[in-house]
Design a protein around this ligand. Structure first.
Ligand SMILES: C[S@@+](CC[C@H](N)C(=O)[O-])C[C@H]1O[C@@H](n2cnc3c(N)ncnc32)[C@H](O)[C@@H]1O
Length: 341
């Protein structure tokens, strides 16, 4: 076994069994990951599946009405959007955006062509939402940002987001632009890598992992998710690893945030979105880690001094039952802001 390599099979706290490093792809899939779910899943391939997080709370905050104009700025597979559609029919308008063309296509298929509302789906960055709505001539009654990735993206090995499946080290949501993770990790200095792992992943072993990445790439370039996982496992001593989460979780989160520039301009995007609201319109944001939530909180506090009110003093979080049903919701925080003037 290579230094730092894991035993062949481990049972992780999620209950998933997988063969690590030797046959990463052959881990047994949990039933919820299998295809054939009616949302685009194909037998033998990971399902296009994503369970919308805190749907009741989001819809209650958005308070959409028949004939209303709803915007889903992060459409994903359209789980929240389908509920928004039910709230605005008949006669409303749904505008949906996603950076990822595969997600957009799946959402398009799921939403179909309802004859009682208007649907506008766009391959666009939510940072361009203001221009888009101005061009379309809409002011929104409700806007949702459900930040980060959806399960379908994580479960597609070829996208390179998963530390459980071997795939190219890509991690771009929009594969038509930007540089894949492999290219960035091939040229960053150890100090830059360390900083990203610390700032975006709260990784305590940031320095050791950065050092290992740079040492490894002197021998051969990092090309796959497995290459990155091997660096992490070689850098964190087994005794120091958290049992609750996979050792590569924080590293993959941090690199993904870097690759997609997820936090850059998020504050401005939220301010712009708030400016697109009709009177009494609501902006709801679901965030999944402390870096994101800090930006949302700060942006909302600022907006609350200029004609908006926050609907909750503290962010709403999912209940125990939802977390048990949908573990991905565990870290979610919902903040909502309403236009008062
Ligand atoms: C958590 S998922 C949304 C899931 C969705 N609410 C559902 O119920 O299916 C987030 C989605 O936002 C997209 N996304 C992330 N950053 C984006 C951005 N800057 N502009 C547009 N879409 C983005 C991702 O590609 C992903 O599909």
């Amino acid at each position: 076994m290579k230094p730092g390599a894991e035993p062949m099979a481990r049972v992780w706290s999620t209950g998933m069994t997988y063969s690590w490093l030797s046959t990463v792809r052959t881990r047994r899939m949990a039933p919820t990951e299998r295809g054939g779910d009616g949302a685009g899943g194909v037998a033998g391939r990971p399902a296009m599946r994503h369970v919308p997080v805190m749907p009741e709370e989001v819809l209650s905050d958005l308070a959409l009405k028949p004939g209303g104009i709803a915007v889903d700025a992060t459409l994903g597979l359209g789980g929240h959007a389908l509920r928004m559609i039910d709230a605005i029919r008949p006669g409303g308008v749904l505008v949906g955006l996603d950076l990822d063309t595969e997600m957009l296509q799946t959402a398009r298929d799921r939403i179909g062509k309802p004859d009682d509302i208007r649907v506008e789906l766009h391959h666009q960055d939510f940072r361009d939402l203001r221009e888009l709505l101005q061009r379309l001539g809409y002011r929104a009654d409700g806007i949702l940002f459900d930040l980060g990735l959806n399960t379908a993206q994580v479960l597609s090995p070829e996208r390179g987001f998963s530390f459980l499946e071997e795939g190219p080290l890509d991690m771009r949501m929009d594969r038509s632009r930007g540089e894949p993770a492999a290219a960035l990790l091939g040229k960053m200095t150890p100090a830059q890598i360390e900083r990203v792992l610390r700032d975006y992943g709260d990784e305590r072993w940031a320095r050791a992992i950065a050092k290992r990445i740079v040492e490894t790439r002197k021998q051969r370039p990092l090309k796959t998710t497995r290459d990155l996982v091997e660096c992490v496992l070689a850098a964190i001593p087994p005794k120091a690893r958290e049992r609750r989460i996979h050792p590569a979780t924080r590293t993959f989160q941090a690199i993904r945030i870097l690759v997609n520039g997820e936090l850059e301009g998020l504050d401005l995007a939220l301010e712009d979105a708030a400016g697109c609201l009709a009177p009494s319109g609501t902006l709801a944001v679901l965030s999944y880690h402390s870096g994101e939530d800090r930006i949302v909180k700060t942006a909302f506090r600022k907006l609350a001094q200029t004609g908006f009110i926050e609907l909750h003093r503290k962010p709403l979080e999912p209940g125990e039952e939802e977390v048990a049903r949908n573990p991905r919701s565990r870290s979610a925080k919902l903040r909502s802001l309403r236009r008062t003037s």
